[in-house]
Ligand binder design. Sequence first.
Ligand code: GLA
Length: 391
Amino acid sequence: MKKRVLIFFCVLLSMGAFAQKFDLAKTPPMGWNSWNKFGCEVNEKVVMKMADAMVNSGMQASGYEYIVIDDCWQISRDKNGEIVVDKTSFPHGIKYLSDYIHSKGLKFGIYTCVGRKTCAGRPASRGYEYQDARTYASWNVDYLKDDFCNNGDQNSVSAYSLMRDALYKAGHPVVFSICEWGSTKPWTWAKDLGHLWRTTYDIRDNWDSMISIVELEKKLSKYAGPGHWNDPDMLEVGNGGMTTEEYKTHFSMWCMLAAPLMAGNDLENMSKETKDILTNANLIAVDQDTLGKQAVCVREIAGYEIWIKPLVKKGKAVCLLNKSDETKIVQVDFNYLVKETGDYWKKDKYELKDYHVTDLWKNTEAEMDRKGLFTVTIPAHSVKVYSFVRK
Ligand code: GLA
């Protein structure tokens, strides 16, 4: 009898019945990551400065909480297999930084890879998953980004399941950020493994790269929800390769997509324009809406698109996106937008008079005539974003 019970438990175990991820990230994670701006030049001073700036700039008050060191913090393994920190860039070790970041009321994240080496050729976690997870727990790591370079043809589901299980066993709650670039369609399998999964290869700090990622997200809306998000990659806002209008479009679309908002710029030396974009409370509220829906594109005509994101309490956010290279003059019919739910089969039964409509970048009531019409000029590469809140 005892033997049978044992076999039963072994079968359950092998089916992953006890494997779990932590119950976190009910809204998309918000924070800062070192890669986009600093790459392998990241070091202790930079990370501490970014933590200070996150507090002093008002970003923490706007909801940003994770400070994540990306690639290049690790240098080798010791004779016991323990990961060794690169002491030239991190002279006091990782726990010291983690403590500093936590002392600011922020959370701390780190990076590894499912292969033997990271994308930058540093030692990674293959074969050391449980040991590394224990090390991260001892450093109070709250967020782990797990990359896919040098994966040696591992099956992505088993590779990420292994680390998910190791993190869970180590016991310290961790947001698990799966970074396999969409190469094996993680939206179809990662929901129970991680809290977010990259959907594309790396973003670049230019319009074409950013807007091509938006295009790829069109088919992925249905896979996002509380605790499991599509990740179109970290923000480039403030890194200099796009105009202010383009960065506003980038930020607006990430919020419409319920994307994780991981700033990727130098927080200590950002312009007022950059700070105003990253801390825009109206747009952040759209991103962080607790219904957790990703916007869908309901119309596209010659580079002009209408995106709708359902919000709690029968609200919605609407983004009019001009992807084209020329100015568009558009007649907006707010009566039509009220009916449009983002679901082809369901039309809203409410009327325009039932809603407060706000222009989110202007932070004013939306302009329209008595019939609910408005002719708007939308410059190339820019957006208008509205929220509809039930009266
Ligand atoms: C990959 C990831 C990036 C970054 C680098 C680090 O390219 O997609 O986001 O983490 O590796 O080497």
